[in-house]
Design a protein around this ligand. Structure first.
Ligand code: SF4
Ligand code: SF4
Length: 290
């Protein structure tokens, strides 16, 4: 019986709950294998000495989480990063655009309704949010916010039956039904600024849709529903920096729209899920922390 661990760092549980969404597939997995540690789903206290497959969600933000991640890696044969926080640092990684004290001041003293003297003491906080792969070897990544249950099921069942799992090699545009006619807007717009044509590609209309820079396989539900893809599945296969791929795609927009673009304004859009593992972070912060 394969021994499985399921753990969330940084208090994260959403991607583990997505795992519960596997329904019958999960029951089949649990029938043939053993869940040995999963604090969100069962009462377990100690990380076991021997784990076959460890699945970790959440980014790394405290020294305790670094120790836990390293301990699990040492005791596991296979380690899977579940969700975009574990894979790339995720949305909380945008906090890395601020320095530690500056960030705490912004949240706890400068917001309306906060009192500077109520600043909490955060024990052993790391200077930056990091992805799991910045500290230990990751064997497989299942990105998404949350990950698609089909991806979780596919990777787990393939792995548990002795195969080599693979994720989509396409981008989100591949399954997007919106029409591309090769004509581009002169203006870069936010989705609330103008009513989008429901049939045409959002990027061509000037809305910053991350489809060309984002791993496919989700079926493009966001552009289908009228919202630009915000890139939750991280970079496409073979590209390590989602923001740079998007900058490349943006060069197809008109000169006027590109003049509208500023990295400081759009860094949170093109790196919403991947800033800690980006080249930009490497340049600004002097590299990833080991
Ligand atoms: S850029 Fe967005 S709207 Fe355009 S085809 Fe790609 S996913 Fe669809
Ligand atoms: S369309 Fe984009 S934001 Fe929406 S689920 Fe797919 S990857 Fe995530």
């Amino acid at each position: 019986m394969v021994k499985i661990l399921l753990l969330g760092l940084s208090g994260d549980t959403g991607c583990q709950v997505a795992t519960v969404g596997l329904h019958e597939v999960l029951l089949g997995i649990l029938k043939a294998n053993e869940l040995v540690y999963a604090p969100t789903l069962m009462d377990t206290k100690e990380i076991p000495d021997k784990i076959d497959v460890a699945i970790i969600e959440g980014g790394v933000r405290t020294e305790h989480e670094v120790e836990t991640t390293k301990k699990i890696r040492e005791r596991s044969s296979v380690l899977i990063a579940l969700g975009s926080c574990a894979c790339f640092g995720g949305v909380p990684g945008l906090a890395n655009l601020k320095e530690g004290d500056e960030l705490l001041d912004m949240i706890y003293s400068e917001q309306k309704g906060t009192v500077a003297s109520d600043m909490p003491t955060v024990d052993k906080l790391l200077p930056k949010q990091q992805a799991i792969g910045d500290y230990v070897k990751v064997d497989y990544r299942i990105p998404g916010c949350p990950p698609e249950t089909g991806d979780i099921a596919g990777i787990l069942t393939t792995l548990l039956s002795g195969g080599t799992p693979e994720l989509s090699k396409t981008d989100v545009c591949e399954l997007c039904p919106r029409e591309r006619i090769g004509e581009y807007s002169k203006k870069l717009k936010r989705i609330y600024e103008e009513v989008a044509d429901p049939e045409r590609c959002l990027l061509e209309q000037g809305f910053l849709c991350m489809g060309p820079a984002t791993m496919g396989g989700c079926g493009a539900p966001c552009p289908k529903a009228g919202m630009p893809c915000d890139g939750c599945r991280g970079p496409t296969a073979g590209n390590s920096d989602q923001g740079l791929t998007m900058l490349d795609a943006l060069t197809s927009l008109t000169k006027e729209a590109n003049e509208n673009f500023s990295l400081s304004e759009y860094a949170g859009t093109i790196y919403r899920y991947t800033y800690p593992t980006s080249q930009l972070a490497k340049v600004l912060n002097g590299g990833r922390k080991k």
